[in-house]
Design a protein around this ligand. Structure first.
Ligand code: ADP
Ligand code: XPO
Ligand code: MG
Length: 567
């Protein structure tokens, strides 16, 4: 059996190509990029105008089944497929989100791929990268400071302090900051008020970075952010607070997509970083639009399963941007499907339960109900669906054969085992050929719901068709806010559901394909700048906490000053 070194060892041993050469390979000259060292760059937005007459490439969205807490290899598959398309001679770019330091030092680890399917320089990418998340924090927190200052210094906007819903953000898992009181220490420090911190990647500013399609659009969207209401119920925006201009200046470099590379030399445009359970979970519209003018195939990843990232890719990112996918690839793993079949409770940071590493066809067959559901969800959008089986070492051929059979029965165009973690692009050549063929198939793209139906109708469409619920129940707070949003004319906005990624339902304990249940909505927020409404289902946290054995314990520098223990 092939021994695969750690991600960090592979990345550190790899000889990277200067980013100017990676840029040149996709047609970008030195004037089109700003260098951030030898191996990172930002792409100037002017390239959209410069290449506007280039033919558009084919966009491929990588989604997954409902994952275990470890993740089932979407990022690895995205990078591996990109490398596989390179192997068969295709001009391909992958577009990814940048990792958040929350998971990097928390439980899950990085998001730059793994094994021989990674983007590099992985240490830079997983830590500060080019500073975009820090810019999001700075813009978000400037607005927060301006809100409290406005309330303290005469409250000219007549803000009702009890309605302020704009939290500060930080890119660290810090549960101590979830619910806090600010403004203590006397009047000069402001009025005491309960508030909290969210993860920077959950900030509406991050969502705006991912959805904006120009610097001017960024400025417009930042101004539309609603942070509170007046005593007579009118929305107060970042524009009202005169904060949007300064926020835009803070974000002026961050709006430029970042350029890095895969281990096999394909270009990767890495930009924005929202999670798909507490946000919309996509890389940026700008990154995709630039990539589609520079490559024949663009492989992008949507967070978590089709019920979260892929649905939001379609109903938010594609709806707003006009982007249209030519194919969807559903990543699945035998271990996750056996878990959905009732085996083993997977806990991040702990060894995989032994029963998930032993062949068990009956459990696997039961668990395939989850895969079948995700194929059905993907099929709603009218584009070809291909299944990729991300093989782990213990997987057996009979297990792979069973999953292929179930996937085809459920309507997938094909189901292909891949070994890209162990073998890089060579491990995805068959999948790459299948995806190229799928992209040539006719597709009749359609959104799950139109703009002009009510908020409740949109939520109920998602609950029944995507979360397999019988109906929806709304807590009084959610009822009140839905009525308020309809009165404010926000009913046309699409839905960005905040719910667990560990189940098709709102309850992480409901594995497989849950049914015969009612989907509960406890609250709903409006991200007017990002352009979506944000219902919260179940106990969703927007500020995770560290575990007793965080990944940070293993990270250090060695005697040569090199990073060690990153993964
Ligand atoms: N086939 C595989 N064999 C071993 N480890 C894998 C494999 N696929 C993914 N991994 C590892 O599993 C973790 C999750 O993979 P990732 O691609 O980040 O998942 P996702 O994007 O779906 O959350 C990473 O540490 C990655 O290196
Ligand atoms: O938003 C979540 O992304 P992953 O599924 O890649 O962890
Ligand atoms: Mg990922």
């Amino acid at each position: 059996m092939k021994v695969v070194p750690s991600d960090l060892e592979i990345a550190q041993a790899h000889k990277m190509t200067p980013i100017t050469e990676i840029a040149a390979k996709i047609g970008l000259g030195e004037d089109d990029i700003d260098l951030y060292g030898k191996y990172k760059a930002k792409i100037n937005l002017d390239v959209l105008r410069k290449f506007k007459d280039h033919p558009m490439g084919k966009l491929i969205d990588i989604t997954a089944i409902t994952p275990t807490p470890l993740g089932e290899g979407k990022t690895v598959t995205t990078i591996g497929l990109t490398q596989g398309l390179g192997k068969i001679g295709k001009k391909v770019i992958t577009t990814l989100r940048q990792p958040s330091m929350g998971p990097v030092f928390g439980i899950k680890g990085g998001a730059a791929g793994g094994g021989y399917s990674q983007v590099v320089p992985m240490e830079d990418i997983n830590i500060h990268f080019t500073g975009d998340i820090h810019a999001v924090e700075a813009a978000n927190n400037l607005l927060a400071a301006m809100i409290d200052t406005s309330i303290l210094l005469g409250n000219p906007l007549n803000i009702d302090p009890m309605t302020v819903m704009w939290n500060r953000v930080l890119d660290t898992n810090d549960r101590a900051l979830r619910d806090i009181v600010i403004g203590l220490g006397g009047k000069e420090n402001g009025y005491p008020r309960q508030t909290g911190f969210d993860m920077a990647v959950a900030s509406e500013v991050m969502a705006i970075l991912a959805l904006a399609d120009s610097l001017q659009d960024l400025r417009l969207r930042l101004g539309k952010i609603v942070v509170a209401y007046t005593y007579d119920g009118k929305p107060v925006t970042a524009e009202d607070l005169k904060a949007a201009g300064a926020m835009t200046v803070i974000m002026k470099e961050a709006i430029k997509p970042n350029l890095v590379q895969t281990l096999e030399g394909q270009a990767c445009i890495m930009h924005a970083g929202p999670f798909a359970n507490i946000a919309h979970g996509q890389s940026s519209v700008l990154g995709d639009k630039i990539a589609l003018r520079l490559a024949d195939y663009v492989v992008t990843e949507s967070g978590f399963g089709s019920d979260l990232g892929m649905e939001k890719f379609m109903d938010i990112k594609c709806r707003q941007s006009g982007l249209r996918p030519s194919c969807v690839v559903i990543t699945c793993t035998i271990r996750a499907l056996k878990m959905h079949g009732g085996l083993g409770n997977v806990v991040a940071g702990r060894p995989l339960p032994e029963e998930l590493t032993k062949e068990n066809l009956p459990a696997l067959e039961r668990g395939c109900a989850n895969l079948v559901h995700h194929i059905k969800v993907a099929s709603y959008y009218g584009v070809p669906v291909v299944v990729s089986i991300n093989r782990f070492t213990p997987d057996t051929d009979p297990e792979v054969a069973l999953v292929r059979e179930k996937a085809m029965e459920a309507g997938a165009l094909g189901a292909y085992p891949i070994t890209v973690w162990a073998d890089g692009g060579e491990g995805a050549v068959e999948l790459a050929e299948a995806v190229v063929a799928a992209c040539e198939k006719p597709s009749d793209f359609q959104l799950l719901y139109p703009d002009n139906i009510g908020i409740k109708e949109k939520i109920e469409t998602l609950a029944k068709k995507v979360y397999n619920a019988d109906g929806v129940i709304y807590e009084p707070l959610a009822e009140r806010k839905i009525k308020q949003f309809e009165e404010l004319g926000l009913g046309r906005l699409p839905i960005c559901m905040a719910k667990t990624h560990l189940s098709i339902s709102h309850d992480p304990g409901m594995k497989g394909r849950p049914g015969n249940y009612i989907f509960p909505i406890r609250d709903i927020r409006a991200s007017v700048g990002a352009g979506f409404l944000y219902p919260l289902a179940g106990a969703m946290r927007t500020m995770p906490g560290l575990g007793s054995r965080p990944a940070a314990h293993h990270v250090d520098i060695d005697e040569y000053g090199r990073t060690k223990g990153l993964f």
